[in-house]
Design a protein around this ligand. Structure first.
Ligand code: CTP
Length: 403
């Protein structure tokens, strides 16, 4: 999954020959999971048709304040478009459009939207080599960069004029990669490594049977996704689950038993900044695993179980600078038990979910949690989706590590 997934991207197209590449750009944004709307300057329509772009973006294309031939005169609001956008990219950005942007001219919809947009604005210049180094163009770049706009530099190569030099618009793939990197670089967990455990563990009884539990893994997977979306490199150690995840910043490490999870967690822990242990690890495992399938010779069977290693407590025992978060699933005396776990396992934060709360716990898509931090401050939350709980948890962690 790309960091652009779910983002609203506004693509502004101005009138240069590189506009023919805008179709590929729209396709790549859509492929990355983004929502795309396109604004064209009137002259850009000489280079590529609005129909191509609306088909690819799955949205109407805007190019004037009122749509031509539309008697109802519906107003295309530059303010609404600017507010809708999480990212505004102007590609190709011609010398003319850049100069107008630099000087606050807003004689078309694209420029008025630029002045209204509150989101990060990127621009990918495209022009002939002499235009690209003309002092007036350089002045536009300087002004735009000083406003906080981000330039996706042009590259060198053969230009439409037949001349060879700098001024070719960056290739659509490179524009997408540039924006992804710029966004990741600004994210609050950029450069942080995180270990997350999720799901149940299966403790083998014989070659075909195991002791497991009802954990779906959903909570841990949501935390992994939210962490990666904030820029963290995530090692997600998960027991058997139906959850699926694909994200450039998440490495999934599948395990089966508590012992496997213990070993993998210890392998990664020393290199991480934050560890969140949300897995429902078996507390007991069969003392012996039968090498053959156990036959039902007798009317009853006694399995001898032995305690598993407590992963969370063991990490609490060796932690140096890591911010360590545990979960507590309680049925009685919840707060006291959770506070006790927080201290006993040397945690920075514990997430309490009570089985007494409807909608909380294992199998649901929702959870109702209470956070208790190291100084025993208690913060209670309402019942929410597990995705929202994951975001609350990461906000809490960010608040604590930046305090
Ligand atoms: N945990 C773990 N390794 C285990 C058991 C639990 O890492 N072998 C972690 C869980 O991932 C969770 C936390 O410990 O973050 C709390 O698990 P829980 O079962 O609620 O607590 P226990 O310490 O096992 O205590 P008890 O069963 O007595 O409530």
């Amino acid at each position: 999954m790309s960091i652009l997934s779910g983002k609203n991207i506004l693509l502004g197209i101005s009138g240069g020959i590189a506009a023919y590449k805008s179709a590929s750009l729209v396709r790549l944004f859509i492929k990355s999971g983004a929502n795309v709307k396109v604004i064209m300057t009137p002259s850009s329509k000489d280079f590529i048709t609005p129909l191509t772009l609306s088909t690819l973006s799955k949205n109407p294309v805007y190019s004037s304040f009122v749509n031509e031939g539309d008697d109802t005169a519906v107003w295309n609001s530059h303010v609404d478009l600017g507010m809708w956008a999480d990212i505004f990219i102007i590609a190709p950005a011609t010398a003319n459009t850049l100069s107008k942007m630099a000087n606050g001219v807003c004689d078309n919809l694209l420029l008025a939207t630029y002045l209204s947009a509150r989101c990060p604005v990127f621009y990918a210049p495209a022009m002939d080599l002499d235009m690209y180094i003309h002092p007036s163009t350089l002045k536009s770049f300087e002004a735009l960069n000083s406003y906080g706009n981000i330039m996706v530099p042009a590259t060198s190569g053969e230009l439409a004029s037949g001349l060879v030099g700098e001024g070719r618009m960056a290739e659509p793939e490179d524009i997408v990669a540039f924006i992804e990197k710029a966004i990741i670089d600004k994210l609050p967990l950029k450069g942080k490594k995180m270990l997350i455990t999720a799901g149940p563990t299966y403790e083998a009884i014989d070659p075909v049977r195991y002791i497991g539990n009802h954990s779906s893994g959903k909570m841990g997977f949501e935390i992994a996704k939210a962490s990666a979306n904030l820029g963290a490199q995530v090692y997600l150690i998960t027991g058997p689950t139906h959850q699926k995840i694909s994200h450039s910043l998440i490495d999934v490490i599948p395990v089966v038993s508590a012992e496997d999870m213990y070993n993998e967690a210890h392998k990664y822990f020393k290199d991480v900044d934050i560890a969140i242990l949300s897995a429902a690890v078996a507390d007991f495992t069969p003392k012996e695993i039968a090498s053959q399938k156990i036959k039902k010779k007798d009317a009853s069977l006694i399995l001898e179980l032995t305690e598993t290693k407590d992963i969370l407590a063991s990490l609490g025992g060796i932690k140096t600078n890591q911010f360590l978060v545990g979960f507590a699933l309680e049925t009685d005396n919840e707060l006291e038990n959770a506070k006790d776990k927080l201290k006993r396992k040397n945690l920075n934060l514990i997430v309490l979910n009570s089985l007494n709360d409807e909608g909380a716990g294992f199998k649901n898509d929702t959870n109702k949690v209470t956070f208790i931090d190291a100084d025993e401050t208690v913060t209670e939350y309402q019942l929410k989706s597990k995705e929202a709980v994951a975001n609350d948890l990461l906000n809490k962690i960010l608040e604590q590590i930046n305090a």
